[in-house]
Ligand binder design. Structure first.
Ligand code: FES
Ligand SMILES: [Fe+2]
Length: 376
């Protein structure tokens, strides 16, 4: 079947190099992007029980995500209404007795954020506890993925929030999956350097020898999105005999049920949640890559492998085998993003150039530019 190639018509400039290291610019991106967009923060199964919590640091904003007595997810700024102390000092845990107690003067909040006790406070002074609930943060959930939004005026989480990703991945039924393994990597690069790398495959022949054995088009520098299959095309981009992204391309694990023939032959299908991550689904597992900026030149990646619950019980299940290729690839991409970062400070390299295959890098840069322009 004839293929359609998706590419740029003309070369284009990258974002300015300074966007990748300048501290003042980084703070602008935090304000304009990270503190305005819906952000993926993890999987709901990590905060499954009432009172379970996770703390997410988004630049200088610290947020508690927790599950209330009504089993609903809620998020609050990790800041006490008394004099502003931090509430949680750990990155995750469970609020004992379903109470959030400030470690400074023990003001106590319910899991729903109401101020329920103010120990040792003398009566009087016209104090009204109902005026001091925790500062709430918007929360959304889709297929077990948890999202927050720090923008008080953000549109509520709804059908349009994640664009076409829910429809694209619907048949994988990811809400039913469990986390089989998690890997955390602290990278010495700007968060955009990692996305730039994600958005092109020119580096694949050099950086991913193992992956190129499974996906031949990667040897030619063509990303999944650069080559579009026709409507009825169920031919696979994987090498003959391969069915998934594993070392050797085979799997003994059960396949997701309900996938169409086209979905089964796709090799990999990507759902993106910019700026905070993406999920890649295969016939037998899904890989979630979550990122958070930890500084202008630092990014924390959390990679999770998701499988249907029955896979964990399957005799052929092995974490090592499940993660082997994905871990290799993400470490290779992390390293590539770091070497990219290292060269950006040259005072001659004000910006770089994008060639036709890098159309998705261009789209990502335009997405960033758009958000920086409406500075208010
Ligand atoms: S700052 Fe939290 S109780 Fe005083
Ligand atoms: Fe890569």
């Amino acid at each position: 079947m004839p293929k359609t190639y998706v590419r740029l018509d003309e070369v284009s400039a990258t974002l300015p190099s300074a966007f990748y290291y300048d501290r003042v610019h980084h703070e602008r991106e935090l304000r304009q992007i990270w503190h305005k967009e819906w952000l993926l923060v993890g999987r709901a199964d990590k905060i499954a029980a009432v009172g379970d919590y996770q703390v997410v640091e988004v630049g200088d904003q610290s947020v508690i995500v927790t599950r209330g007595s009504d089993h609903r997810l809620r998020a609050f700024h990790n800041t006490c209404r008394h004099r502003g102390s931090i509430l949680c000092q750990n990155s995750h845990g469970n609020f004992r007795g379903r109470r959030i107690v400030c470690p400074y003067h023990a003001w106590t909040y319910s899991l729903e954020g109401e101020l329920t006790a103010t120990p040792w406070r003398l009566e009087g002074g016209g104090f009204d506890a109902t005026r001091f609930p925790l500062y709430d943060v918007a929360v959304g959930e889709w297929a077990g993925f948890v999202f927050i939004n720090l923008d008080e005026s953000a549109a509520p989480f709804g059908d349009q929030t994640l664009a076409d990703t829910p429809a694209l991945l619907a048949n994988w039924n990811l809400g039913e999956t469990v986390t089989a393994h998690t890997l955390t990597l602290d990278l010495e690069c700007n968060w955009k350097a990692f996305w730039d790398n994600f958005n092109e495959c020119l580096h694949c022949p050099i950086v991913h020898p193992e992956l190129c054995r499974i996906v031949p088009q990667f040897r030619e520098g063509l990303a999944t999105g650069n080559v579009v299959r026709g409507d009825g095309d169920t031919s696979s981009p994987l090498v003959e005999g391969a069915v998934t992204w594993s070392v050797g391309g085979k799997t003994e694990l059960p396949w997701f049920e309900g996938l169409t023939e086209r979905e089964q032959s796709a090799g990999a299908t990507f759902g993106v949640f910019p700026p905070s991550g993406y999920v890649v689904v295969h016939v037998d597992y899904a890989r979630l890559v979550h990122l958070l900026p930890t500084g202008p030149e630092h990014t924390r990646l959390t990679v999770s492998w998701l499988v249907p619950p029955k896979t964990m019980e399957h005799p052929a299940f092995s974490v090592e085998k499940l993660i082997e290729l994905g871990e290799t690839v993400v470490r290779e991409d992390g390293r590539a993003s770091e070497i990219n970062q290292m060269g950006l400070r040259s005072n001659r390299h004000k910006s770089g150039v994008l060639v036709p295959q890098e159309i998705f890098v261009k789209e990502f840069h335009d997405w960033v530019r758009e958000r920086l322009n409406d500075d208010d």
